[in-house]
Design a protein around this ligand. Sequence first.
Ligand SMILES: NC(=O)c1ccc[n+]([C@@H]2O[C@H](COP(=O)([O-])OP(=O)(O)OC[C@H]3O[C@@H](n4cnc5c(N)ncnc54)[C@H](OP(=O)(O)O)[C@@H]3O)[C@@H](O)[C@H]2O)c1
Length: 329
Amino acid sequence: MEIRALGGQGLQVGAEGLGLMGMTAHYGATDETESLATIDRALELGVTLLDTAEGYGPFRNEQLLGKALAANGRREDVVIATKTGAEFTDEGAFLGHNATPEYIRRAADRSLRHLGTDHIDLYYLHRIDPNVPVEESMGAMAELVAAGKVRHVGLCEAAPATIARAHAVHPLAAVQTEYSLFERGIEYDGVLDTLRELGIGLVAYSPLGRGFLSGAITTPEDFAADDFRRTDPRFQGENFARNLAVVDQVRRLAADKGVTPSQLALAWTLSRGAVPIPGTKRRRYLEENIAATAVTITAADLAAIDAVAPHGVVSGDRYAPELMKSLNG
Ligand SMILES: NC(=O)c1ccc[n+]([C@@H]2O[C@H](COP(=O)([O-])OP(=O)(O)OC[C@H]3O[C@@H](n4cnc5c(N)ncnc54)[C@H](OP(=O)(O)O)[C@@H]3O)[C@@H](O)[C@H]2O)c1
């Protein structure tokens, strides 16, 4: 797999990463044996960027990754990306935003323990804490870099002005945000321009629209009772039907090109300069998704994709109202 520079701070990663979230949270039944095998297979196929967070589980996702790396001995081949900024007690109770320097220091030590490593390669603020100036949060991140506990720093879901303020305190390697054929907001709200201007890498999360763009989801009724997507507006009622019609168009374009819908969606994010981190807990999807790195998106493909999935094509917000409020606007 092609190796890409992620931002301008010397961080290099395989062009496609792997999102681990679903292995312990949010997307239905989990299977530790298959998850560990999926992580190992990803490394065999050239993936280096593995995306986790203290909140996925909570803690169980970082622990799973720690277990995988202890068993396969491949810590040095991996770029561990994890996140903090929403407070969890040691017992896993969620207390809300907290990106104070005190919490960040405490959370980083806890993540290191769970991951079984002495450094985090890329440490993100999972959300911007509205009660803490980003400069203060970034001061703590810079201290962690100085202490050797963190190699590179990133933000998730940050507005252009916040990105610039944070970058002035300590250079950001990457910003992680939702980016897919279903979510092209950053092309219009200044985020993409800011990243280009400041030489910051883009990590595209939910690049398959939380699975919708794979074409495998045909009814929301198949989701487990506690699946996150049951509360996601894009998977509700009329929105679901309208979005499925867009997926059908994506499926048609993919078939014309001789690839799967997931591969088309991922190849598109790669062609936009992003490093996508599609999430899966099974080797079968992983292998299909990684094959997208060999798919070339031509100018004609781009035009056809723009016609089918322009900005705003999707129906419904990308989070329920309470979670929309946690995005930095
Ligand atoms: N920073 C943030 O706020 C944030 C938010 C959300 C996600 N993330 C990160 O981004 C990663 C990816 O996002 P995501 O997992 O939300 O969404 P995604 O990558 O768009 O989609 C994941 C879903 O698609 C399914 N899938 C994957 N490949 C498939 C294929 N080839 N065919 C059919 N279905 C396929 C997965 O199924 P299975 O699970 O059954 O394999 C899973 O249900 C996460 O794992 C997490 O690390 C970050």
